[in-house]
Write a protein that binds this ligand. Structure first.
Ligand code: SAM
Length: 291
């Protein structure tokens, strides 16, 4: 087989993905072509052809994506703020909306007013938030807590890669949120978390990429989706020093229930909800009351 012109091959991939119900068909097709060619997506306009092997590889990847395997599993990584993370089966794929949550944790760590702020990321998954904080606040002491051994393997791999890239070390803890890192009680400046927050009944409505590929433990948190957030609230109160700050992500339907959970638990000042970049309710911030 001879070379194949890139434009029609790309158009065909877009059509196949759109027909399979992939919402971002053009973006995903371009990412797959770029992955096969080993170039950045922005370089595609200057590439005229695919050779036969590249064309065959593209067909195989398009078939996987059309079966609704997540794009990030196929290419093996995802960009998160200023870093790249390895992802695949067994770990939750970090989402763009969590970048705002991590950004707020970075800001809070920088204004903690201590030379070595202590930051704990509860429910760390691939390590997205913990590793972003370690990258952007190089003087921070960062801890990442994760219960799932499979996710922890990805976290370990990402943490090693970031250490090799020169970021400061993130300490990993295989633990349940509810009894995580007691040795840090009362000493932490920032607790941040993107915990599971999908209600059991909502699972019927999630996309196949999520339902079939993100671990259930990363998604579901009881009947109202608040079970793990309630544990994060209790653990944050135990870990934080007086005046320390918690930043916790929630679904866009929990912009009132999560602040209410903090208010009714008590011990928190300035409980406030914040939107993500798309303007949807996304995370609650609260300060541990100075006693
Ligand atoms: C929604 S994912 C978020 C992962 C990562 N923070 C991110 O933003 O990409 C939630 C993570 O919490 C972990 N998890 C669930 N319940 C937990 C618990 N009780 N203690 C610790 N980790 C838990 C899951 O295994 C999963 O990795």
């Amino acid at each position: 087989m001879t070379d194949v012109a890139l434009r029609p091959a790309l158009a065909d991939a877009v059509e196949r993905l759109a027909a399979a119900g992939v919402e971002s068909a053009r973006w995903d097709a371009e990412q797959l072509v770029a992955h096969v060619l080993g170039v950045a997506r922005t370089s595609l306009p200057v590439v005229p052809n695919l050779d036969a092997a590249q064309y065959d590889a593209l067909q195989a990847l398009v078939a996987r994506r059309a079966s609704r395997e997540p794009l990030q599993h196929i290419v093996g990584s995802v960009g998160f703020r200023y870093i790249e993370l390895a992802v695949g089966p067994g770990v939750f794929v970090p989402r763009p909306e969590t970048e705002s949550v991590a950004g707020r944790a970075v800001e809070e760590a920088r204004r903690a007013g201590t030379p070595k702020p202590v930051v704990v990321d509860l429910c760390s998954g691939s390590g997205a938030i913990a590793l972003a904080v370690a990258h952007e606040v190089p003087n921070a002491e960062v801890h990442a807590v994760e219960i799932d051994p499979d996710a922890l393997e990805w976290l370990r791999r990402n943490a090693s890669a970031r250490r090799r890239a020169g970021d400061s070390t993130v300490t990993l803890h295989h633990a349940d949120v509810s009894h995580a890192v007691p040795e840090l009680d009362g000493t932490v400046d920032v607790v941040v978390s993107n915990p599971p927050y999908v209600a059991e009944h909502e699972m019927a409505h999630v996309e196949p990429e999520v339902a079939d590929h993100d671990p259930r433990l990363a998604l579901v948190a009881g009947r109202d989706g608040l079970d793990v957030i309630a544990e994060v609230e209790r653990t944050a109160k135990r870990l934080l020093r007086n005046g320390g700050v918690v930043v916790v992500e929630h679904s866009d339907r929990q912009g009132e229930s999560v602040p209410a959970l903090f208010d009714s638990a008590g011990g928190w000042a300035g409980v406030q909800d914040h939107p993500d970049l798309a303007g949807r309710p996304r995370y609650t911030v609260a300060t541990k009351m100075v006693l």
